[in-house]
Design a binder for this molecule. Structure first.
Ligand code: HAS
Ligand code: CU
Length: 567
């Protein structure tokens, strides 16, 4: 009887064979290598932007590859913020649940996602490299790019939704074989992230399919800039949590074990993810506090809602600080802060993730300033904003993923990590570079230095006349960028050194899934958080309740603007 049951269970489950496991590893490797290659190009261009602010104009030396600062900035934003994140996150959120549930994912769909994303990336890259689409990564109409660019981005976004179906299908299979049980934590986190992203992508998806694509193809001749921007920010805010939450997956579910301890509470982790899901969606218009055409009442409501979205990150700060303290004390740390120094700082993977958390304290604090409508008026469209996001997506996504790659690449390839020492150096330099950049960028922003400005192209006396008073801050911005770039060079030496390095049987490290001090067994919170379909519906209704009053005046008073090509 029990043999029959277990046969039945394993038939429902479709447990992967060793060969199939190797195939899954290949799939994730393809996603990560492609994502990190895009990041390498993006980072190289980033250095030029930092030196631009320091007053050094390197663009004339880069003809014919880069025509302008704006072309470079578009590539930097698209490659880092979209291509790098979409590839790495898609692979990561399919592979980890598969390993946690010990199930075979739908590999056909996984590879189709990869192929579609690659096709979209190549199309968008063509539109950027031929300098037809220097519209920056926010794609604000009526700046007009080429159809290659918009159609490419459309495909990339569509592809990024598909991993959701891979994860939901595995979850359903697992639930069928384990009736009444709660979804295991990593799968829960992955599914919430991807469901959030499904709702989030509706905004930019609608903008692309109904506004940008037909306009760039010449099917329609004008565009509504306000409607386009508002649809963009429907997605453009929650996308930052789509970047954050996969990093949090590692921070909650893996880092505590890597640090020698356990996660303090599984139900709290679920609560944090659930709140991120619900609160991320309705607040996109906080990027439009200075836009006309949106009522001040809605801006006030969105301010309050945006401050709420900080709550799950504050929960994370305390839960993770305690989990790290537990790990540090188990490793012999004594006294008030002895646990901190007792953490395994020589392990580059741990160091990267803990340093990312440290910088996120400042990134998050800046976010709370931005969220506050009146304060945002001081910093909006200044260098403060890039400083904010380099201390968030530049760390909580990028630095965490760099840290993850130090165990993941050996795990996927069976090769030894190339030079753990260099890995540690790369992490510290990236951290120091971004912290320096972040500090100086916030400073310059408060003094009114605009973001997205080719300031180094000004005649030098004019540059000094305009920005001389903040020149020290701008020079530090340049230095920060260069330090981070040196860190990146070391990182890629380790990255490729590992990919082409020595095979090592011991390098097949296991995934460091953590244990919990408080598990979700018997937790009312975990039960409430479990029905993801219901939570998706609730989130969608709340989002519509906030957005219908925002869109209504735009739809009843449309704007018809012709396109501009300013470069
Ligand atoms: Fe943001 C603009 C508000 C978080 C990214 N944001 C941006 C842009 C990007 C971005 C890319 O309300 C620019 C878009 C553009 O190009 O125009 N942001 C927030 C708020 C948060 C926030 C309230 N942002 C992020 C994250 C991002 C990101 C995360 C990427 C991943 N942001 C805004 C607003 C704007 C904005 C406005 C528009 C501004 C404008 O004028 O255009 C919150 O989610 C932040 C909450 C975070 C915290 C920090 C918690 C700390 C933790 C670390 C704990 C440390 C430990 C280590 C455990 C409250 C979790 C132990 C250490 C010990 C010492 C013990
Ligand atoms: Cu936002």
């Amino acid at each position: 009887m029990s043999a029959a049951l277990s046969n039945n269970a394993s038939r429902i489950l479709a447990v992967p064979t060793a060969g199939e496991l190797a195939g899954e590893k290949k799939m994730l490797l393809a996603f990560w290598v492609t994502g990190f290659l895009a990041l390498a190009v993006g980072i190289s261009i980033g250095v030029l932007q930092s030196t631009n602010y320091a007053g050094i104009n390197l663009y004339p030396y880069l003809q014919p590859f880069l025509k302008s600062y704006y072309q470079g900035l578009t590539m930097h934003g698209v490659l880092n913020a979209y291509v790098f994140t979409f590839f790495t996150i898609s692979g990561w959120l399919m592979y980890l649940p598969a390993r946690e549930l010990k199930l075979k994912p739908n590999m056909g769909l996984a590879w189709f996602t990869y192929a579609l994303m690659l096709l979209g990336t190549l199309m968008a890259a063509y539109g950027m490299f031929d300098n037809s689409s220097s519209v920056l990564y926010t794609m604000y109409a009526p700046l007009k790019g080429s159809a290659w660019f918009y159609l490419g981005i459309t495909l990339v976004v569509v592809a990024s939704i598909l991993p959701l179906f891979v994860v939901l299908e595995m979850r359903a299979r697992w639930k069928k074989a384990n009736p009444g049980q709660l979804t295991p934590l990593v799968t829960y986190m992955s599914a919430t992230t991807l469901l959030m992203w499904l709702l989030a992508a509706l905004g930019a998806g609608t903008e692309a399919v109904f506004l940008l694509d037909p306009w760039s193809l010449g099917i329609v001749h004008t565009i509504d800039p306000l409607l386009a921007r508002t649809l963009f920010w429907w997605t453009g805010h929650p996308i930052v949590y789509y970047w954050l939450m996969p990093g949090y997956v590692s921070i909650y579910a893996l880092l505590p074990r890597q640090a020698g301890g356990k996660l303090i509470s599984d139900p709290l982790a679920r609560l944090a993810f659930l709140l991120l899901f619900v609160f991320s969606l309705p607040v996109g218009t906080h990027h439009q506090y200075t836009d006309p055409g949106i009522s001040p009442v809605m801006k006030g409501i969105v301010t309050a809602l945006t401050l709420s979205v900080a709550i799950p990150s504050l929960i994370t700060a305390f839960t993770i600080a305690l989990s790290l303290e537990y790990g540090g004390r188990r490793r012999g740390g004594k006294g008030l802060m002895g646990w901190w120094t007792a953490l395994p700082w020589k392990d580059a993977s741990v160091a990267a993730q803990v340093l990312a958390l440290v910088s996120f304290i400042f990134g998050g604090a800046g976010g709370i300033v931005n969220a506050s409508w009146q304060l945002d008026n001081v910093v909006h469209n200044t260098l403060w904003i890039p400083a904010h996001f380099h201390l968030t997506v530049g760390t909580m996504t990028t630095l965490v993923f760099m840290g993850v790659s130090f165990w993941l690449l050996p795990h996927l390839t069976g090769r030894r990590l190339y030079s753990p020492k260099l890995a540690l150096w790369s992490v510290w330099l990236w951290f120091l570079g971004l912290m320096t950049w972040g500090f100086a960028g916030h400073w310059a922003g408060m003094d009114g230095v605009p973001r997205r400005a080719w300031v180094s192209a000004l005649p030098h006396d004019q540059y000094l006349q305009l920005y001389g008073a903040v020149h020290p801050a701008l020079i530090i911005v340049g230095i920060g960028g260069v330090i981070a770039a040196v860190g990146a060079v070391l990182y890629y030496i380790v990255f490729f050194g590992t990919l082409f390095g020595q095979k090592d049987a011991k390098a097949m490290v296991e995934i460091p899934f953590t244990q919990y001090i408080t598990s979700s067994e018997g937790s009312v919170m975990a039960r409430i958080a479990e029905p993801l379909g219901l939570w998706t519906l609730i989130t969608f209704v709340i989002t519509l309740a906030v957005y219908i009053p925002v869109f209504w005046p735009m739809l009843t008073h449309p704007i018809h603007a012709p396109g501009f090509v300013l470069w």
